[in-house]
Design a protein around this ligand. Structure first.
Ligand SMILES: O=P(O)(O)OC[C@H]1O[C@H](OP(=O)(O)OP(=O)(O)O)[C@H](O)[C@@H]1O
Ligand SMILES: Nc1ncnc2[nH]cnc12
Length: 188
């Protein structure tokens, strides 16, 4: 698999998905153009295209685990894991997982947060795909990479439905290739 990438420009499914994203200005604060992915979920065609494009990216690769970020990454990661026939691991906000956890702190566009993963969810040597709805600064994806590395896993690639174009992709470490479906150029 190459060092990340995006869907072919001629794939009309991308435009269908992009058109389904509702943009809400000044939420949660002035200046933010909030990309509302719930409207993708309202459109069965757009939702299926999104999952299909992710499946096409990873089927045939040896993926042992899909790890999805709470909350919106869970929505896109779980169906991908089912389609690939592999395990799904939720990366959750602090205090939500009942078992022993590994934890990583990170900074997002408008907050400092922490994500946790169950100890034992990812085994040493397993090949992992990280899934989220979008990348802004890249802080969340970097934290996910660190969590999986702590467990001895090997992150094959990170996948995001949307890249906001805020430079997050450029800030990702060399060993974290990124696959994106919809590329935006926001100037938040
Ligand atoms: O690239 P970054 O700057 O890290 O930002 C991207 C993250 O921000 C959002 O999560 P958030 O926790 O804000 O919202 P959610 O709970 O609705 O998923 C989004 O779902 C990504 O996980
Ligand atoms: N502009 C944005 N829209 C939706 N989710 C986000 N998370 C961080 N920035 C965001």
């Amino acid at each position: 698999m190459g060092k990340g990438g995006s869907v072919g420009a001629d794939d009309e499914r991308v435009q269908t998905i992009c058109d389904a994203i509702r943009v809400i200005p000044d939420f949660p604060k002035p200046g933010i153009q909030f990309q509302d992915v719930t409207t993708i979920l309202l459109d069965p065609t757009a939702f299926k295209h999104t999952i299909d494009l992710l499946v096409e990216r990873y089927q045939g690769q040896k993926v042992d685990v899909v790890a999805g970020f709470e909350a919106r990454g869970l929505i896109f990661g779980a169906p991908l894991a089912v389609a690939l026939g592999c395990a799904f691991v939720p990366l959750r906000k602090p205090g939500k997982l009942p078992g022993a956890t590994l934890s990583e702190e990170y900074v997002t566009e408008y907050s400092t947060d922490r994500i946790e993963m169950h100890v034992g969810a990812v085994q040493a040597g397993q090949r992992v795909v990280l899934v989220d709805d979008l990348i802004a600064t890249g802080g969340t994806l970097r934290a996910g990479l660190d969590l999986v590395k702590k467990a001895g896993g090997d992150v094959v690639e990170a996948a995001a439905v949307i890249d906001l174009g805020l430079g997050g992709r450029q800030k990702l470490p060399e060993d974290l290739p990124l696959f994106v479906i919809v590329e935006k150029q926001l100037d938040e």
